[in-house]
Design a protein around this ligand. Structure first.
Ligand SMILES: O=C(O)CCC(=O)C(=O)O
Length: 310
């Protein structure tokens, strides 16, 4: 039986109306105001060196204490492990290099909203993708002994035709809830490769020991943010125990998010978060629509201007 498209459009537009009202209270900045606000956030949060790292290396590491207190990472890990016992997501198996993978975590516990809205990682997302960035995935990864290496890849691969634009269209925010060491199967990166603007060539996808590849050995409590063109992967896990990670990739507004957040966002979630949450859920983006057509913010009679799309 086909989905009831009229009901779908009505429910989506009801949610968009709630989102638009929330954004009326706390509008997102555009143009010069966006630039000034971002500069202010970067200085206030002490992120100038992280921005330099994003530019030169294609990734930045927020040291423990910068994104959320250490105790938050313990709660995050325990929540992911609890959900893993009941979650129906596919176990992609050790050969995937991803381990047990839990998809679409956001609606499953409010702790994921806290991670998403953490000011420091969000400011780095804004730097890469703008204030209208949308959440694309909320994925838990659990790797135990025997998890294979994850092939080197760039997150823009299979999403955008190459050569890729210099500006990121996708970025990854990785929450490290257990220590990253080589034995623990840490993420590895090819610093500066975001400037190549193309996918990893086939002969390099398993080149984890290449001189240019750096294993990110980091303590629990770190958050890694990287540009969608950065070549990266993970080394195999050889140690006992589990590596538990939350991955929150984001996309620019014009890109289709990988997960359907507007289907699981509730008015209560919008109400309890800063207005920007609705934008991160894709609810202030014009697309997609059904026969009801686009719901511009100008529908109430307000004129649309180019700056509303900056
Ligand atoms: O945490 C990992 O093992 C790698 C995740 C990754 O490469 C990705 O999400 O693109």
């Amino acid at each position: 039986m086909a989905i009831d498209a009229t009901r779908l459009a009505t429910e989506l537009n009801d949610l968009r109306t709630v989102a638009a009202a929330r954004l009326d209270d706390e509008p997102l900045p555009v143009g010069d105001a966006a630039r000034s606000r971002l500069h202010e956030e970067i200085s206030r949060l002490g992120l100038k060196a992280h921005i330099a790292d994003l530019e030169t290396n294609g990734y930045a590491v927020l040291e423990p204490g910068k994104a959320r207190p250490l105790a938050f990472f313990d709660r995050l890990r325990e929540t992911i492990l609890r959900l893993a016992k009941i979650d129906a997501s596919a176990d992609l198996g050790p050969a995937s290099g991803l381990g047990k993978t839990l998809f679409h975590l956001l609606p499953q516990d409010p702790i994921f909203e806290e991670a998403l809205m953490a000011p420091a990682p969000l400011a780095l997302v804004t730097y890469l993708l703008g204030y209208r960035a949308k959440l694309s995935q909320s994925t838990g990864l659990i790797k135990d002994r025997g998890a294979d290496a994850l092939a080197l890849h760039a997150d823009h691969s299979n999403k955008l035709p190459s050569p890729w634009p210099r500006m990121a269209q996708y970025c990854n925010v990785t929450w490290v809830t257990t220590d990253y060491t080589r034995e623990n199967g840490a993420v590895c990166v090819w610093p500066g490769s975001h400037r190549f603007s193309r996918p990893v060539p086939p002969d390099l996808v398993m080149a984890h020991d290449h001189d240019e590849v750096k294993v990110l050995e980091l303590p629990k409590g770190s958050v890694i943010v990287w540009h969608g063109s950065l070549w990266h992967g993970a080394v195999p896990r050889t140690a006992d125990g589990e590596r538990v990670t939350l991955v929150l990739p984001h996309v620019r507004e014009h890109i289709q998010a990988q997960e359907l957040y507007w289907a699981t966002t509730t008015p209560a979630m919008i109400a309890r978060n800063p207005a920007r949450f609705a934008t991160l859920m894709g609810l202030t983006c014009q697309n997609p629509w059904l026969q009801d057509g686009p719901m511009f913010f100008g529908r109430g009679g307000q004129a649309l201007t180019g700056s509303q799309f900056e």
